[in-house]
Design a protein around this ligand. Structure first.
Ligand SMILES: Nc1ncnc2c1ncn2[C@@H]1O[C@H](COP(=O)(O)OP(=O)(O)OP(=O)(O)O)[C@@H](O)[C@H]1O
Ligand SMILES: [Mg+2]
Length: 453
């Protein structure tokens, strides 16, 4: 059952609509006699659709639409006007109204239009939710210095058409970076096409990328466009580029240089305007030394490089990321978002996250949500392998052999570094957390260990 808000200054009009929406559409209704009370209702009630008169004495319909836009209220609105002016209706739709009606429209049509609007809004919200929980619409979360630098780099490169190489350990967010390069640039209205080179059988790599002509090989029963053509005017994301078979690497280099492709089995060249973003977690220099990656292709790709920092280099981002994933996972599970007890967050902020970075954090949060019954996730829900701080300092210190004096110094360095990271390098806060007398005591320790941001 859905709730429809009917807004008109004339009571008889409201009653008529309310009566018919109940009778013909089975809707619940709510009435408002002017713009102001309509806006109040929108704030307090869960309205599924609004029918709005454009002419009213206090706030008129246009002002209501403008205020809704300002508030980011996305309730679908159907407007009508007594003046019969088509031009006014069009203006309302431009302000965000879903549809307009004539005042003398048969009531079956009104009910139908309301049902359409409600269904449209549900689909819109569903798509948005799916895109977000699938990670497609996810923003790059993080305010650490490293993330701010990365964001600045993305904005610089988003504007230019050259190829970009995105480097970083597994799970650091390379795919999100590639999407941002696309979304924030001039190509965002054109396709973003992903090809994962690791998932391509060697025999199909070239045809996937460049397409093929009918009869080019057994099984090629029709002509097919490749990813380069599909991403024309947009972005082609070549994920796991280090895994691309050598023959396809040679062809890719030629395409990057010439700006034209040749489908497998064809002779004609086709001009493409495709921006390439490649990503890998491999050390491409080493791949070159071992003969698995073409040096000339690496030189072509590494003109513009974005390096995505490991999570252990930006532990101060963990709280923001954790709350981002708490919301996201709750949304996917259809639950209310839970929160983390300080002691639980503490464990997350001091962990090393070396294995799978942000992806691992995301998975850990999901496990914690499932493991905890209440609304606040306590430290007991943190998986046992998410270890304590001192054993895994940010610079990888572990208890080992060697003089106690040296080990103590290394441990102290790791503890201080971890605390600094956790506090976003805020010296006074870190000193307080470590129970030091004042910030100059901390500065002294930092100098002794050569710790600088
Ligand atoms: N800064 C971030 N803000 C929000 N979500 C992030 C961030 N970084 C990564 N994620 C999320 O973490 C997960 C892993 O990110 P992504 O798939 O981009 O990693 P990757 O670098 O491509 O890893 P791999 O090398 O294993 O393919 C995704 O769900 C992504 O949405
Ligand atoms: Mg990836």
């Amino acid at each position: 059952m859905s709730l429809v808000l009917i807004v008109d200054d004339i009571a008889a009009m409201r009653d008529q609509y309310a009566y018919d929406l109940k009778r013909l559409g089975g809707h619940l209704t709510l009435e408002a006699d002017g713009g102001r009370s309509a806006l109040d209702h929108l704030e307090t009630e869960d309205v599924d659709c609004m029918i709005l008169d454009l002419e009213m004495p206090d706030l008129d319909g246009f002002q209501v639409l403008a205020e809704m836009k300002r508030r980011g209220d996305r309730t679908p609105v159907i407007v009508y006007t007594g003046t019969g002016s088509y031009e006014r209706c069009v203006r309302a739709v431009k302000l965000g109204a879903y549809a307009f009606l004539a005042k003398d429209e048969p009531l079956e049509r009104v009910v139908q239009e309301v049902d359409n609007a409600i269904q449209w809004a549900r689909l819109r919200d569903e798509v948005k939710k799916l895109r977000r929980t699938a990670g497609h619409d996810s923003p790059l979360v993080g305010e650490s210095r490293a993330m701010q630098e990365l964001r600045a780099g993305i904005d610089q490169l988003a504007a230019i058409p050259s190829a970009v190489l995105v480097l970083g350990d597994s799970g650091t967010g390379k795919e999100l970076v590639a999407r941002q390069l696309h979304d924030r640039g001039t190509r965002s209205r054109h396709p973003f096409v992903t090809v994962n080179a690791a998932a391509l059988p060697e025999s199909l790599a070239e045809s996937e990328l460049f397409g093929h002509e009918k009869g080019a090989f057994t099984g090629a029963d029709r002509t097919r466009r490749g990813a380069f053509e599909a991403a024309h005017r947009g972005t082609l994301f070549l994920d796991e580029i280090g895994e691309l078979p050598l023959p396809a690497q040679a062809k890719l280099l030629r395409v990057l240089e010439a700006g034209t492709i040749t489908r497998v089995g064809a002779t004609a060249e086709i001009k493409v305007d495709t921006r390439v973003v490649a990503a890998t977690n491999r050390d491409l220099d080493q791949e070159v030394r071992e003969g698995r990656f073409r040096e000339d292709l690496l030189y072509r790709l590494n003109v513009h490089v974005l390096r995505v920092p490991a999570l252990s280099e930006r532990l101060s981002d963990v709280p923001l990321l954790a709350s981002h994933f708490l919301t996201l996972v709750a949304e996917r599970f259809g639950q209310r978002a839970k929160s983390l007890a300080p002691a639980a967050l503490e464990r997350l902020v001091t962990y090393d996250w070396r294995r799978n970075n942000v992806r691992e954090l995301r998975n850990v949060i999901e496990r914690m949500i499932i493991a905890s019954g209440g609304d606040v996730i306590g430290p007991d829900a943190v998986p046992a392998d998410i270890g304590p701080a001192a054993a895994t300092g940010t610079d990888g210190w572990q208890p080992g052999a060697g003089p106690l004096k040296d080990q103590k110094a290394a441990a102290e360095r790791a503890i201080v570094l971890t605390a600094l990271e956790r506090n976003g390098w805020h010296v006074t806060n870190t000193a307080r957390e470590l129970g030091l007398a004042d910030h100059s005591s901390l500065l002294k320790i930092m100098r002794r260990h050569g710790l600088k941001r």
